[in-house]
Design a protein around this ligand. Structure first.
Ligand SMILES: Nc1ncnc2c1ncn2[C@@H]1O[C@H](COP(=O)(O)OP(=O)(O)O)[C@@H](O)[C@H]1O
Ligand SMILES: [Mg+2]
Length: 264
């Protein structure tokens, strides 16, 4: 069902917020620049953004990984909503018909993994020319009460359910870096064992696994859907536009054999 030609773009919290802050700090210049780069795009697009300093420090403060807490869940959800409002307003100011879509209101997890998600609004939005904007969020969890739902988990879930044809993860590095700090051209299950020691969590507060978390989610996606995703630097001007124009940038995460067996 590739005729739908859906693109999913994730914009990292590391790009649109100051992730070293203890509480929500936006990077308005980055948000406005990226909104401008998205504005020219004409296809069906779903945006997912990270929580950055609007979510990770709050989750840490209330011990929400492994600990159920009403107040912490509410404060974290309300905080990431604020970031989502800023992003959606910037997109609309740039001429993008963006609408907010909060995972708390449409997804339920089981032990931290999405169990179900009500996708009809997304499908109808896309059909009618809107761009849904989801984000990392607290969601209800059948086992844990509430749990953290990372944007990095939302992307592959939607990619499979909606048969997306193009997936891009914009973060704050040139791609997945090797031990020399150089972006790897491609990662698949062929070379993952050789490069996995280079992968770590985030340099800043990130409760959802940093770069290793992203690569694991996308490798799983490449197994299930045979699709290739790209991890690239959305902090560099022009890269989001470049990805949306169909160019392959950063590190490709792909199925076995897609880039040959000579990956370093
Ligand atoms: N091999 C690697 N290549 C790139 N980044 C890595 C690597 N290992 C660990 N990281 C860390 O992961 C971070 C990206 O993850 P994260 O902070 O969660 O980004 P985002 O906010 O976009 O989700 C990088 O900024 C870096 O600090
Ligand atoms: Mg992250």
């Amino acid at each position: 069902m590739d005729e739908d030609n859906i693109t999913i773009l994730k914009i990292g919290g590391s790009v649109i917020t100051d992730k070293s802050a203890d509480d929500g700090a936006v990077r308005m210049d980055a948000i406005e620049r990226i909104a401008g780069e998205i504005a020219g795009f004409e296809g069906k697009l779903i945006i997912v953004h990270g929580a950055g300093s609007f979510g990770h420090p709050q989750v840490k403060r209330f011990g929400l990984k492994g600990n159920f807490d009403h107040t912490g869940s509410i404060i974290t959800h309300m905080s990431v909503r604020k970031l989502n409002t800023v992003v959606v307003e910037a997109l609309n100011s740039a001429g993008v018909n963006a609408l907010p879509l909060h995972p708390m209101a449409c997804a339920v997890s089981e032990n931290g993994r999405i169990r179900s998600m009500f996708l009809e609004p997304i499908k109808e939005m896309l059909y009618n020319g809107f761009i849904p904007v989801l984000h990392g969020d607290m969601v209800m969890d059948t086992e844990l009460g509430t749990s953290v739902l990372s944007g990095d988990q939302i992307v592959p879930y939607l990619a499979i359910k909606l048969k997306a044809s193009r997936i891009g993860i914009g973060s704050a590095e040139e791609g997945v870096l090797d031990d020399q700090g150089k972006a790897l051209p491609a990662i698949s299950k062929d070379n993952f064992d050789r490069i996995k020691d280079c992968l770590g969590g985030s340099a800043n507060t990130d409760v959802t696994g940093g770069m290793l978390g992203k690569v694991l989610e996308l490798l799983e996606l490449s197994e299930q859907s045979k699709s290739t995703s790209y991890i690239f630097n959305a902090g560099n001007e022009g890269n989001v536009a470049c990805f949306l124009k169909g160019k392959n940038i950063g590190t490709a995460i792909c199925g076995v054999g897609k880039y040959g067996s000579n990956l370093s």
